[in-house]
Design a protein around this ligand. Structure first.
Ligand code: PHE
Length: 350
């Protein structure tokens, strides 16, 4: 038999014991177990309460009240601990990351094929003793045309599809202005190459309004057409293949005399004009040859503009289309690929 004093002592001790158990509970599950143990239907509080009928009628109300107070106290302790554990759980989840988990690898970029070809070409000419020079893409009429023996009204200006900024300012249509800019600054002997962007009002399957050229020129005493031939043939063998054939075709440029265009045997079809499946080679259009550059001996008129003595000095110059070389080198059939920036295309050059 339980006395009233026993029961009230048991009730009060519940609070102390619950505190101890709660202190040790470190998860919401342990907390729930403690709640069931103390406050559940078959828990410790309920079992003490079930003894209430054993008490005398006089003792019951006081003990009932005490039981309710204890129940409230237990519930308060329980809510407080619940709040604490939930807050802790949230903080942990925010801070929780696994430092050993492998990171997401960043995409590694690569050089654009046009940049690669520019670097390759420059490297070849640097080895031959040429300097690299650069100049503005927005150019004056003087450097782009006039100093290159293309005076106002010259019919060859029409060949260039010029994009004008104003009457006397253009987007350079070729890298040849760098011949003039460099020769005005230096005295012979001069050997330089000038890579850069050029612009023309022209856009179709094989032309883009912006493309890249590399100008090259060499001025000294006794420079002749054989030097030009030797230099460009060595270059073609180096950039493509020692087996590639090189041919010089007579041509015309106002700033060179004589002038030539240089073709190489088509590297796609080995000069046969036929693709592997017997169809027409779409790179050389069945001719077996592809043009890669224009060149010639620098016209004395240009020397006059830069104050070089044409009796003493001679020189050669050439202008080469970078995209054209890149297409041949990498077997790319469509010029537009270079400008679309499709990662699936660009990643192949990584
Ligand atoms: N500037 C010429 C062009 O763009 C190429 C060239 C350069 C020709 C130098 C001869 C000498 O077509």
């Amino acid at each position: 038999m339980n006395s009233s004093a026993d029961l009230s002592k048991n009730l009060k001790s519940l609070i102390q014991n619950f505190k101890i158990v709660l202190d040790q509970a470190s998860s919401l599950q342990e907390l729930e177990d403690a709640r069931v143990d103390f406050l559940g239907r078959k828990g410790r509080l309920a079992s003490i309460m079930s003894c209430l009928p054993e008490l005398s009628k006089d003792d019951r109300p006081a003990l009932g009240r005490l039981a309710n107070e204890v129940k409230d106290a237990l519930n308060d302790l329980y809510s407080e601990k619940t709040r604490f554990l939930e807050e802790q759980k949230q903080q942990l989840s925010m801070a929780s990351f696994d430092p050993t988990f492998p990171g997401r690898a960043p995409d590694v970029g690569s050089l654009h094929p046009v940049t690669k070809v520019i670097n390759d070409i420059c490297a070849i000419f640097i080895r031959l003793g040429f300097d690299v020079v650069t100049g503005p893409e927005v150019e004056t009429d003087f450097y782009n045309f006039e100093a290159l023996n293309l005076p106002p009204g010259h019919p060859a200006r029409d060949m260039q599809d010029t994009l004008y900024i104003s009457e006397n300012v253009v987007l350079r249509t070729h890298t040849s202005p760098l011949q003039v800019r460099t020769m005005l600054k230096r005295k012979p002997p001069v050997a330089a190459i000038a890579p850069g962007k050029v612009y023309r009002r022209d856009s179709d399957l094989t032309h883009t309004p912006m493309f890249h050229q590399i100008e090259g020129f060499l001025v000294d005493t006794d420079v002749n057409m054989a030097d030009l031939r030797g230099t460009l043939t060595a270059f073609a063998h180096e950039i493509f293949d020692p087996g590639v054939k090189v041919r010089f075709r007579p041509s015309f440029f106002p700033f060179t005399e004589p002038s030539a265009e240089v073709d190489i045997s088509c590297v796609m079809c080995n000069g046969s004009g036929k693709a592997k499946d017997g169809s027409t080679c779409r790179i050389c259009k069945e001719t077996g040859w592809v043009e890669i550059l224009g060149c010639g001996m620098i016209d004395p008129e240009v020397f006059a503009k830069v104050d070089y003595d044409p009796e003493r000095y001679t020189g050669f110059a050439f202008g080469l289309g970078v995209e054209r070389v890149a297409m041949l080198k990498y077997g790319i059939g469509d010029l537009r690929m270079f400008f679309e920036n499709d990662l699936r295309f660009l990643k192949q050059f990584a």
